[in-house]
Design a protein around this ligand. Structure first.
Ligand SMILES: *Cc1c(COP(=O)(O)O)cnc(C)c1O
Length: 414
């Protein structure tokens, strides 16, 4: 960690988390500034950010082009309601449709809202034919609203909030027979993350996705891709489905789209799109997040970040694979592009290493990363990450693995 006293303009004001509901068990650091791949804490230490706001800053922190576009828009037009057309929203919708190669866009403010809208769309279109059911995957994550929680394949998150909206069933990822059995004439949609993110960075095989496409076509069900984490270049293509041989009927975006500003988007085949009065959002697609998103897309293009995401992702996975190998561990890193997970195996029994302990050890060495389900260290850095930064992370990961394998390091963390 590099001391950087000049980097702490907010450090003088005493702050406390006591007034905040403790929904997050936070890492023991207060961040005050970001620049490119780095963030700085209130003690002036700097960190290489392999968390990247959990896949929300594809062009890095405070990229000058993004800052300029957002500043300009705040000073020009901030909010007018969706009763009026605005230029940034029209431009962003056109860009997304051009990049996807199909569809129309509905804008909202978050991943959960985007998935909520996609689920409403599937009900709306399926209901006249008696199709209301949604099939989703065990271990998936789709958001925290009631319907997206019902779609999320993690029963332990459901229990305290029952009753949830009806009509959701879950099948194991990669089990084609189970999928075929679950999808019937009453199925409105199949909802998938092309790479399960929160569930432990688990890419779905092209064979499985092709089968999902086929089953949906046979039954007249919509195929919905939740690309909230995988979209906007994260997996080395604009959208993860473009790295497969199929295309969904509807897909959702959020996390990385506006470079850290809140936004969500649903892109649907035109014939399935919402009509007048069928859905709405007050802030959705406001001029400022849309201006930020346009800058994100511009920078990804101008700095050729898609091939970089692929190359740096491969470098990171190869480096992590060597470290796990040398440590005598059987697990292999997973992911696509710069959505990378290093699984550390079961959390009980001999040789246990907790991902949370590795992450704390990385933090002490000046690197941010996050945990994903199933004891996985997850990396979602800006797509601007350089080879030397990847190598530095891999080296710190090796040291952190050793530190975390010490029995005293197994205490719990966020
Ligand atoms: C983060 C995430 C969501 C939820 O997004 P929010 O903006 O937190 O509502 C939904 N789906 C996936 C795949 C995600 O990674």
């Amino acid at each position: 960690m590099t001391p950087d006293a000049a980097a702490t303009p907010g450090a003088a004001a005493p702050v406390s988390t006591d007034a905040i509901m403790p929904t997050y068990r936070r890492y023991p650091v207060t961040l005050v500034r970001g620049e490119g791949m780095r963030v700085f804490d209130d003690a002036g230490r700097s960190y290489l950010d392999f968390a990247g706001g959990i896949a929300c800053v594809p062009i890095g922190h405070s990229h000058p082009r993004w800052v300029g576009a957002v500043r300009e828009q705040v000073g020009t037009l901030t909010h007018v309601s969706n009763l009026y057309a605005t230029i940034p929203q029209q431009q962003l919708a056109s860009r997304l449709v051009a990049l996807a190669g199909f569809g129309q866009v509905f804008f909202c403010n978050s991943g959960a809202e985007a998935n909520e809208a996609a689920l409403k769309l599937a009900r709306l279109r399926g209901r006249p034919q008696g199709k209301t059911k949604v099939v989703a995957l065990t271990g998936s994550f789709h958001g925290r609203t009631f319907a997206t929680l019902a779609a999320t394949g993690q029963p332990e998150k459901h229990d305290p909030y029952q009753p949830l909206p009806e009509g959701f069933v879950h099948v194991e990822p990669e089990d084609v027979a189970a999928l075929r059995e679950a999808v019937d004439d009453a199925t409105a949609a199949v909802l998938l993350e092309p790479v399960l993110g929160e569930g432990g960075v688990m890419p779905l095989s092209d064979a499985y996705l092709r089968e999902a496409r086929r089953v949906c076509d046979e039954r007249g069900s919509l195929l919905l891709f939740d690309e909230v984490q995988t979209g906007v270049g994260r997996c080395g293509t604009w959208f993860a489905f473009q790295g497969t041989t199929i295309r969904p009927d509807v897909f959702t975006l959020a996390k990385g789209l506006a470079g850290g500003l809140p936004i969500g988007a649903v892109i649907a085949e035109e014939r399935h799109a919402f009509g007048p009065g069928e859905h709405a959002s007050t802030f959705g697609g406001g001029p400022v997040p849309c201006a930020g998103a346009l800058a994100v897309l511009d920078v990804i293009e101008a700095e050729e970040l898609l091939p970089r995401a692929t190359a740096m992702g491969e470098r990171l996975r190869a480096g992590l694979a060597d470290v796990l190998d040398n440590a005598g561990r059987p697990e292999r890193p997973r992911g696509r592009g710069l959505l990378v997970g290093a699984p550390l195996g079961p959390v009980d029994g001999p040789g246990t290493i907790r991902a949370s302990a590795v992450i704390l050890a990385l933090l002490r060495r000046g690197f941010l990363a996050t945990e994903a389900g199933g004891n996985v260290v997850r990396c979602t850095p800006p797509l601007t990450v350089a080879a030397g930064e990847v190598d530095a992370f891999v080296e710190a990961f090796a040291d952190s693995l050793v530190e975390a394998s010490h029995p005293a390091a197994q205490g719990s963390a966020p």
